[in-house]
Design a protein around this ligand. Structure first.
Ligand code: BGC
Ligand code: NOJ
Length: 814
């Protein structure tokens, strides 16, 4: 069953039933001001940091779900009936409901009682505000008297404090209202120099800033007393919960349309210009007023909207493809790329599952996210890499997270996730392949942000690599530390205390438990580093990296091989994990996926055998599960993985982040059908028809789909902010379609399904537009290329030496 439909032409998903299984969200903003918006106008806004600069209040995991948002009510002056065109919060049976989630905007509306209304929500580029453009049309044959009420509930900035510290917060709330603009200024009198504002393009007949007066006692957003009465009372909030509400009374002739613009924004004043007049307690509004005036103008708002559209088109047009598979096309061309930008902008901070008050930026996560967005935002990728590397420890280890406002490593979570350092190599390598900007390696970058400790970035990569070499275990495999990619495989934790963090508790000295996954990652990152070194003429470095890689490869084949597949790890007792000898957790996806991705066992049949075993034991119709059999009870020596009921999350759930490692492994074996089949099983668009089971948005990936051991097999959770976005994008674009960035140019190496007659693509790469067409003449993956009509040797298209800006590449597969 579906709840909407894709409109690929408009790059929108159109939700046609408001009662989606879960709120289906979108993001507004892509620079400093952000908002989450659901298909019924729920959600909240913040400036840069969802925890510390929260503009509006939202109640996670509330009932009814998705409570609090950008709500507009309409009220018919004749009948007294009122409703919300976005369905929530009044939930009237409106007609023609639709929510169009587009790139950086959402348009939500419906018809009710002869009135058609929809609101377009977006954040203009380079501004710290959001625009709501409400359009109301009278479908009645007679004149209509309609009042529009627009409402938001302010958050008192620090979202965590706001939700917990009521003894203080019920006293601090303050607002000002001037020229019909509502200013929220809680704590402005003391240490804040920022405020929020809520403005309206029409001369409002009244406003309200007191939540209690707006709602009335014991009422919710679905039935505000003031809306029911049809009149706000222009009251000023003193403490409690300040809100912003505007009332606009309209008279609409039959067929008449009116537009009202509402603005919600954030502004910071210079410290010495906070008040006007100086010495008073009144906000100095002179610096923000021009911005407010500008965007209250509908023409200006339309222009800003058009600019936003061009921005997104520009990003997405860097890679566009036309294959025989619609699900591939729309995910690659639109939604997956868009989701990659969301993971870049928001990391793991604010979604329907990430409450905005939790994690900082993950070192591992942010490096991997680069794989999906580096082609769209290379300059920002560069900055991100340097920020990440600046938090690296002198040992080469990494803080597991850093805080975006301070850009400092997070001491509470600490370090010791022994895979972390390698992702910096993977991220930098992706950046170099995309941009060819070798200067980044010479950038002086500190360790642990300590001034004076700077070395060239290249040395950070070396230290990442060496970090593992000085942390090898009894078998010569890398010690796992707190955990590797699987944050829940906590082999040194041994926690028996409720509520203890599995990720920061360590009860073992960590000298025994080893990870085959990190070994595979080491082989991969070591080869990338060697390639970088040899391009810089550092041949001795390159040779020594390759020697260590070769050594590790043989250790993996000796101690990391279980007969038919790769082992996962050794535990603190030196016992095997992910082996036939185990009762539960006999085979895991991570080591088998990553080792084959890294090319281990390609020549001796081991990769083939490992992926066949993955196909046999782990693949399901909804995707590939993490391990089998699932852990049926809690194992002290395994940690968080066994804390989840079977089939959920890391305990045999389908982790959509790691499925692509197997897809890439399959392409390395030349199995295009298999790779694309795995791709399709978790492709959200291909799962649209089963939306009542899948439950999450059909236009973006979820982190996890419940595995076959779960009673809700096939149900997705944790959509949007997941490494799944980058890895699936990378797998389909660079390995299945095979349009791959390399240090030397663009490689064309498709491993596509046998039934595809080919595909066409455009790729803008280092300033040159490559028009690519692939034609299948035989069932295999052998490719012959011509560039502007001339055959070339091999399959790497070097950048044109003569400065051409457009190149035609034709490939014939046989
Ligand atoms: C989740 C992991 C996540 C970790 C760190 C765990 O509870 O299961 O998926 O990586 O928390 O945030
Ligand atoms: C989510 C985390 O963000 C990511 O870093 C981790 O690799 C996976 N969970 C698996 O545990």
């Amino acid at each position: 069953m579906k709840f909407g439909t894709f409109d690929d032409q408009s790059r929108e998903y159109v939700i046609t039933r408001p009662d989606t299984p879960l709120p289906w969200i979108n993001y507004l903003g892509c620079q400093e001001y952000f908002g989450i918006i659901s298909n019924t106008a729920g959600g909240y806004s913040f400036y840069r940091d969802a925890k510390l600069r929260r503009l509006t209040r939202y109640r996670y995991n509330n009932v009814p779900m998705d409570s609090g948002g950008r709500y507009i009510y309409l009220r018919d002056g004749e009948s007294g009936r009122f409703w919300s065109p976005s369905w929530q919060p009044t939930r009237h049976a409106a007609e023609n409901y639709s929510c169009r989630h587009g790139l950086g905007y959402s348009v939500i509306g419906s018809d009710y009682d002869g009135i058609r209304a929809h609101t377009r929500y977006f954040v203009p580029l380079d501004e710290n505000l959001e625009i709501w453009q409400l359009t109301v049309l009278n479908l009645h044959p007679a004149k209509a008297r309609i009042s529009a009420f627009a409402n938001i509930e302010f958050c008192l900035w620090d979202a965590q404090d706001d939700a917990t510290n009521f003894q203080r917060n019920f006293n601090t709330g303050q607002v000002e209202v001037e020229d019909g603009v509502i200013y929220h200024k809680t704590e402005y009198r003391e240490r804040r120099n920022h405020f929020a504002y809520f403005a309206c393009s029409e001369k409002a007949s009244a406003f309200e800033t007191r939540r209690d007066a707006f709602l009335g006692p014991y009422r919710g957003w679905d039935r505000p007393a003031a809306v029911e009465a049809g009149q706000l009372s222009s009251g000023i909030a003193h403490g409690w919960s300040p809100i912003g509400a505007h009332q606009v009374d309209l008279e609409l002739e039959p067929g008449e349309t009116r537009q009202i613009v509402f603005l919600l924004g954030y502004h910071e004043n210079p410290e010495d210009q906070k008040f006007d007049p100086p010495g008073s307690q009144t906000i100095n509004k002179s610096l923000v007023k021009p911005t407010i005036a500008k965007y209250l103008n509908a023409g200006q708002a339309d222009q800003a909207f058009a600019r936003l559209g061009s921005y997104w088109d520009g990003l997405l047009n860097i890679f566009q493809v036309d294959t025989p598979d619609i699900h591939t096309n729309r995910m690659v061309n639109i939604w997956n790329a868009y989701q990659c930008m969301a993971t870049f902008n928001l990391s793991r901070s604010a979604s329907f599952y990430e409450s905005g008050i939790g994690r900082g930026l993950g070192f591992r996560d942010s490096n991997q996210d680069l794989l999906g967005f580096v082609h769209m935002a290379p300059a920002r990728a560069r900055e991100r890499i340097l920020d990440l590397a600046s938090t690296q420890l002198p040992t080469g280890g990494a803080y597991h997270q850093y805080q975006p406002l301070t850009k400092r490593g997070n001491n509470d979570i600490g370090s010791g996730f022994n895979d972390d350092p390698h992702w910096l190599i993977v991220g930098v390598s992706a950046y170099l392949k995309e941009t060819g900007d070798w200067t980044i390696l010479d950038e002086p970058v500190p360790y642990d942000n300590a001034p004076g400790s700077e070395t060239p970035l290249y040395e950070h990569l070396e230290r990442s690599f060496n970090y593992t070499l000085s942390r090898l275990g009894p078998h010569g495999l890398p010690l796992i530390g707190r955990a590797d990619w699987n944050d829940c495989l906590n082999l040194n934790c041994f926690s028996s205390t409720p509520g203890q963090s599995f990720q920061t508790t360590t009860n073992k000295d960590g000298k025994v438990a080893e990870s085959v996954f990190i070994a595979g990652l080491f082989v991969h990152s070591g080869r990338e580093l060697a390639a970088i070194a040899s391009r810089r003429g550092l041949n001795a470095d390159a040779a020594s990296y390759l020697a260590e890689v070769a050594k590790m490869e043989s250790v993996i084949l000796e101690h990391g091989w279980d007969g038919d597949w790769f082992l996962r790890a050794y535990n603190d007792f030196g016992g095997k994990i992910g082996s036939k000898e185990c009762e539960e957790g006999k085979i895991f996806i991570e080591s088998n996926g990553y080792c084959t991705l890294a090319g281990i066992g390609l020549n001796d049949g081991k990769a083939l055998s490992a992926l066949a075993a993955v196909g046999e034991h782990l693949a399901t119709r909804h995707g590939i599960v993490v391990q089998q059999p699932a852990y049926s009870h809690y194992y002290l020596e395994m940690g968080e993985i066994s804390s989840y009921p079977p089939g959920y999350k890391e305990n045999a759930g389908i982790f959509c982040h790691v499925n692509p490692w197997v897809m890439i492994g399959e392409t390395r074996l030349g199995h295009g059908d298999r790779a694309h089949d795995y791709y399709t099983r978790i492709n959200p668009s291909a799962r649209e028809e089963i939306s009542e089971l899948h439950r999450c948005e059909p236009y973006v990936y979820a982190q996890m789909i419940a595995g076959k051991d779960a009673p809700t097999f096939g149900e997705a959770k944790n959509s949007w902010l997941t490494g799944t976005a980058a890895w699936n994008y990378y797998a389909i674009v660079q390995w299945i379609l095979g349009v791959r960035t390399t240090l030397d140019g663009l490689e064309i190496a498709p491993v596509i399904p046998a039934s595809w007659r080919g595909f066409t693509a455009t790729r803008i790469f280092r300033g040159v537009a490559y028009k690519i067409s692939i034609e299948r003449k035989g069932p295999g993956n052998q490719i012959a290329l011509t560039v502007d009509g001339a055959p070339i040797e091999g399959n790497v298209v070097a950048p044109p030496a003569d400065g051409r800006k457009e190149v035609t590449v034709k490939g014939v597969l046989s």
